[in-house]
Design a protein around this ligand. Structure first.
Ligand code: AKG
Ligand code: FE2
Length: 373
C-alpha cells in the first residue's frame, strides 16, 4: 500500500486561497487541494465564505421541518413534482439491498422549468421546489434560499480552485457550467432518526455509495458522528463534524473526466445509536450540478504529465463497498442524472416519465422502494 493512503481527512483553510493572501499561502492551499483531489476525495473546509449566522438559523429550523404534521409533509411528496423535488418518507430508498433509514426533503436552487414538449426530457428535471406553507414554518424558505445562494457561489469559486490544483487554467472546468442563472443544483435536508433497535435493518443511515457529479458540499448539521469514508485499502475512516467547517467531496463525473486521477470516494452514514437519550442526526448535502448536455466521454481533460504521474504514485483502489454505476460512457450528463432519479424515485417516474418508467421497470409494477445509488 502506498503512503498516500489516508488515515484522516485533511482540513483546508479557505482563507489561504483568497487572492489577497500571500502567494505562499495560496500555493499551500492549492497543494493541499491537489492532495485531497487525488489521494483522498474528501476534505474539510474551514473558514468557508458562508455566513455563520445563516448556517445557525438554518440548523435551528431543521427539527421543526421534520416535526411538521405527517399530512403537511405528505402534501409536498416528491411524486407531485416532475422535477424530483419534494419530501420522501422514512425508508423510501435502498442502498445495497438494505433500507436507508432516513427521511428527507429535496430542494433545488431557485429555477423555473425551461423544458418545452419535444425537447430532451432531462431538461424537465430542473424546475421549482416545493416548500411548506410559510405560516407553518415562517422564515424557513428565506433562510434556506440565502444559504443556497452562498453555497452555490462557494461551489463555483471552488471549481476554479480545483482547476488550478489540477494544473489547468482557472477556467479549465468552465465548459461544464453555464451562468449561475441557467444552472440548478440539488440540496437535500436529511434526518437520520434514532432507530427503534440496534439491529441491522435500521442501522444503515445511508449505505456505501459514491456521489455522482463533480462536487458535493456537505453541512453536518448536528454534532453526531456517523459519516464514514473508505480509504484506498478499504478501511472506514470517521469523518465527524468539525464546527465551522463544511465537508467537500468529489463525485463520479469528475473521476471519469480525469480518467481516475481525481477520486470519487466511497462513503456511508451509520444511524445514531438507539436508546432514550439519543437524538436524530441532521445533514444538508448540496450536490453542485454540471450542465445537462455534456457527453462526458468526449470531454476528457487534458492534464499535464506531471499531474497525471501522481495517479501512479497513489496507486489503485484495493477494496470498495460501493456499487453504484453511472453511464457517463454512453449518456449525456442530463440523462445520467435523470436515469439515477428514476431508479431512486420510481413513483415519480411512473407518474411523470411513463416511457422511462417502462424502460426501467418492464413489468409495469411499482417497486416498494427505490435504489438510492
Ligand atoms: O448525511 C451525510 O452526512 C452524507 C449524505 C450523503 O452522502 C448523500 O446524501 O449522498
Ligand atoms: Fe453521498
Amino acid at each position: 500500500m502506498s503512503d498516500t493512503n489516508f488515515a484522516r481527512i485533511p482540513v483546508l483553510d479557505y482563507s489561504l486561497s483568497s487572492s489577497s493572501s500571500t502567494p505562499g499561502d495560496r500555493q499551500q492551499f492549492l497543494s493541499q487541494l491537489q492532495n485531497a483531489l487525488i489521494n483522498v476525495g474528501f476534505l474539510y473546509l474551514s473558514n468557508p465564505p458562508v455566513s455563520q449566522s445563516v448556517v445557525d438559523d438554518l440548523r435551528s429550523y431543521i427539527p421543526r421541518l421534520f416535526s411538521l404534521p405527517q399530512d403537511e409533509k405528505d402534501k409536498l411528496k416528491m411524486s407531485n413534482s416532475p422535477h424530483f423535488l419534494g419530501y420522501s418518507r422514512l425508508g423510501a430508498e435502498l442502498t445495497k439491498g438494505l433500507v436507508d433509514y432516513r427521511e428527507q426533503y429535496d430542494f433545488g436552487t431557485p429555477h423555473g422549468c425551461q423544458w418545452r414538449p419535444g425537447e430532451p426530457e432531462y431538461k424537465r428535471v430542473w424546475g421549482p421546489s416545493q416548500y411548506p406553507d410559510e405560516q407553518l414554518i415562517p422564515g424557513f424558505r428565506n433562510t434556506f434560499e440565502a444559504y443556497l445562494n452562498q453555497v452555490s457561489t462557494l461551489a463555483n469559486e471552488f471549481i476554479r480552485l480545483m482547476s488550478e490544483a489540477l494544473g489547468l487554467p482557472t477556467d479549465g472546468l468552465a465548459r461544464f457550467y453555464d451562468s449561475k442563472d441557467k444552472m440548478q443544483s440539488l440540496c437535500k435536508i436529511v434526518q437520520y432518526p434514532v432507530p427503534p433497535s440496534s439491529d441491522k435493518s435500521t442501522s444503515q443511515g445511508v449505505g456505501p455509495h459514491y456521489d455522482s457529479g463533480f462536487l458535493t458540499i456537505l453541512l453536518q448539521a448536528s454534532p453526531h458522528p456517523g459519516l464514514q469514508v473508505q480509504n484506498l485499502s478499504g478501511e472506514w475512516i470517521d469523518a465527524p463534524p468539525i464546527p465551522g467547517t463544511f465537508i467537500i467531496n468529489f463525485g463520479r463525473a469528475l473521476e471519469f473526466v480525469t480518467d481516475g486521477l481525481v477520486r470519487a470516494t466511497s462513503h456511508r452514514v451509520i444511524s445514531p445509536p438507539s436508546g432514550p437519550n439519543s437524538t436524530p442526526r441532521y445533514s444538508i448535502p448540496y450536490f453542485h450540478n454540471i450542465r445537462q448536455d455534456v457527453l462526458i466521454k468526449d470531454e476528457k481533460l487534458d492534464l499535464p504529465p506531471e499531474i497525471l504521474k501522481l495517479k501512479e504514485i497513489r496507486g489503485d483502489l484495493h477494496t470498495t463497498d460501493s456499487i453504484n454505476f453511472s453511464d457517463y460512457e454512453t449518456d449525456v450528463s442530463g440523462d445520467v442524472y435523470l436515469n439515477g432519479r428514476v431508479k431512486s424515485h420510481p413513483d415519480v417516474a411512473q407518474k411523470h416519465y411513463p416511457e422511462l418508467f417502462k424502460r426501467f421497470f418492464p413489468d409495469g409494477r411499482l417497486p416498494a422502494q427505490g435504489i438510492a445509488y
